[in-house]
Design a protein around this ligand. Structure first.
Ligand code: ZN
Length: 264
């Protein structure tokens, strides 16, 4: 029952976010596409479907089963002392988001991990479909780490569901190519990650790319000195050096990209 409900929430937030941000992008685009959107969407949604089929079902069940197990057996840091439930949920979500920040930073700094993560950065335009353009290798390792973290912190199933839904929607918003009003960008910056902040992270310039690692909260970048704001947004070129030919960024090429010539 829990599995079915969680799968439904995952499907509704993913599908709802995809349609919502696509409509917003079309009605108020930040930038016009420089390569075929249709082709990019086929590739990005192809990767998403593959990852969902091979990983999401398996790990989705495993994460919830583990969260149920640690809650019932009072395992993990959050179950050492009784805490108000709202606080527990907030700590679990913030902790998982902080560890994702660390993981994302490592994906940029460790050459072996970058081989996989550059598949995400190789998108030549950014839009809501970029949010789920990941190599299955990266998602596999990160799902294993997440299982360890759920155990360590003692996250309950609802915390895991809330974290994953927030993560998905925040990722879709920050990748979307929509012209968010300045007041919303300004307000969102205070706590969260707006599209302008994440656009800098997708720049071909390595100095710009190795900044702004946050997904839900911008606090971690602010506190740990990886926040970059003063960048001419109109001048940002999206992508990874060495992968500028859209014709060579099909699904098959992306799947073997981690095992081909290393591109910093
Ligand atoms: Zn990145």
């Amino acid at each position: 029952m829990l599995d079915a409900n969680a799968a439904l929430i995952r499907l509704l937030t993913f599908g709802g976010g995809l349609v919502f941000f696509l409509v917003m992008e079309i009605s108020a685009p930040y930038r016009l596409a420089t390569v075929s959107k249709l082709r990019r969407w086929a590739v990005n949604l192809g990767l998403t479907a593959l990852n969902t089929l091979l990983l999401a079902a398996l790990f989705g069940t495993a994460k919830l089963a583990l969260a149920q197990h640690v809650t019932q057996n009072k395992l993990g840091l959050l179950n050492v002392h009784p805490l108000p439930y709202g606080l527990k949920l907030l700590i679990a979500v913030a902790f998982l988001d902080f560890m994702l920040y660390v993981w994302h930073l490592l994906n940029h700094e460790v050459p072996l991990l970058w081989r996989f993560h550059r598949v995400h950065h190789s998108d030549l335009n950014m839009d809501v479909s970029t949010a789920t353009r990941f190599h299955i290798g990266e998602l596999f390792i990160s799902a294993l780490i997440t299982l360890g973290l759920i155990y360590l912190i003692g996250a309950d199933p609802l915390s895991v569901i809330v974290f994953e839904a927030s993560l998905g929607l925040c990722a879709q918003f920050q990748h979307s190519s929509l012209k968010a009003p300045a007041w919303l960008e300004g307000l969102w910056w205070i706590l969260f990650v707006p599209p302008s902040m994440h656009r800098i992270h997708h720049s071909v310039k390595i100095k710009e790319r190795n900044s702004n690692y946050g997904t839900i909260f911008s606090l971690w970048d602010r506190a740990l000195g990886t926040l970059l704001t003063q960048v001419d947004q109109a001048g940002i070129r999206i992508g990874v050096g060495g992968h500028f030919d859209a014709g060579k960024l099909g699904l098959g090429r992306l799947l073997v990209m981690p095992f081909t010539r290393y591109v910093r």
